[in-house]
Design a binder for this molecule. Sequence first.
Ligand SMILES: Cc1cc2nc3c(=O)[nH]c(=O)nc-3n(C[C@H](O)[C@H](O)[C@H](O)COP(=O)(O)OP(=O)(O)OC[C@H]3O[C@@H](n4cnc5c(N)ncnc54)[C@H](O)[C@@H]3O)c2cc1C
Length: 423
Amino acid sequence: MSSASPPTPTSPRSPRNIVVIGGGIQATSVAFHISQSKHLPDGSSVTILEAQKLANAASGKGGGFMARSWGDGSPTQTLHELAFDMYEELCPMLGVQSYRKLPVLSVSPGPTAKSRQDNKSKNPSISDIVPNWLDGSVGRLAPMGFGDDTAQVTPREVVERMIEFAAIDVVLGKCVGVDAEVKGEAKAVTGVKYVDKETGEERVLPASDVVVSAGPWSCNAEHWFDGAVSLPMDGVKSTSIVWRPPRDGSPVDATALFCGEDPRYNTHLECYPRPDGTIYLCGIGGSDYISTQQLQNDAFLTDCPPKEDRVEAATASFQMMSHAYQTDGELLQSQACMRPCPPDAKPYMGRIDGYHGAFINAGHNCWGIAWAPACGKAMAELVLEGSCKSVNLNPFNPSRFTAPGSRGGRGRKKKGVSVGEQW
Ligand SMILES: Cc1cc2nc3c(=O)[nH]c(=O)nc-3n(C[C@H](O)[C@H](O)[C@H](O)COP(=O)(O)OP(=O)(O)OC[C@H]3O[C@@H](n4cnc5c(N)ncnc54)[C@H](O)[C@@H]3O)c2cc1C
């Protein structure tokens, strides 16, 4: 369904050296699906290049909630549906323990515990899914799902299991550029330049193909491909917290909560109890918008501190709803991470014009975990088969913000060398 592919410089069955930049859930899913594809020629290599460590950013700190039918009918709907179904098969195959379907309640912040009791008694179907830890003061409760099409997974575990299962090579180092040679009317990728994390030396990974999948920092690819593509991106930086499992080992009921805006604390909590007994909270307000330019200067790549005032606000807001956690709750973790947001809230998925063997898969906003299997599958098809069958990638064209004259294309010259007429 994707647009016509430019000719590949090598025969389809020549071994490929494929480098995927990033070690989050999106990059890992791309590398995993490429490595599992029957279309990967024998003798090929698949390598992840990660600047810090696997799942270091949002893919280690995001909620991991997914919902099959919550799309708004826009082009990303297929990603919701395909990925939800894929997780159901993938998680048992990979041995992922943190995956489960779970019901979801909408909660209006409210003054009394009594209103909760009223809610319970009036609607037995709600009372079935009100979790034991929601025993404090809340307003109106309404079911958003009974667990048929809503699920959760702890994203770090998915990343680790995919890497292990497919035995993908991981190189720790920060990508700083892409080597390419002129090939006919375009350029062809030959290598990926990186600074080795341990030694600080600049090195090159030989590559026939590169897939940029480095979350919000993927906008750096504007420089790596000499301005052939414009990748405007905001990083929305948010704090999240995780509560320890109860000390007495009592069960933590599995219902996710989506809470309305609570003006007392400026929070709109999302609560995800996890199978390990922890409760993850995001939606705690006070997010910061990090610009493309800041991201291109590697803002928050090595260190992404949480905001202490938001930790306190979220703690107070949650403890108001949960008497159990007010009296006996203990924080395990406070952290922050960024979700990657292109201006039209659609991901960048496709080829980088003007280059053979150059692709991008980034900008999956607040659904990057939920969509990861579908994105990985789609990109593997595009990279290995030349077109994508599973997902219509046209709406996600990475060149949609690129001025026509600068698309690595028509008559474009680099150091005096013509690099392409047909784009
Ligand atoms: C608070 C919060 C809660 C969320 N909850 C959910 C949720 O419940 N469900 C959901 O589906 N989504 C959720 N998301 C969104 C989701 O976390 C992201 O969309 C997703 O993790 C993005 O994955 P990624 O692999 O593209 O990027 P990231 O996880 O950001 O990974 C990018 C990686 O690239 C590496 N990198 C950067 N630059 C370079 C370079 N130059 N060279 C090499 N490596 C580099 C980084 O070190 C990093 O490891 C949430 C996000 C936030 C902020």
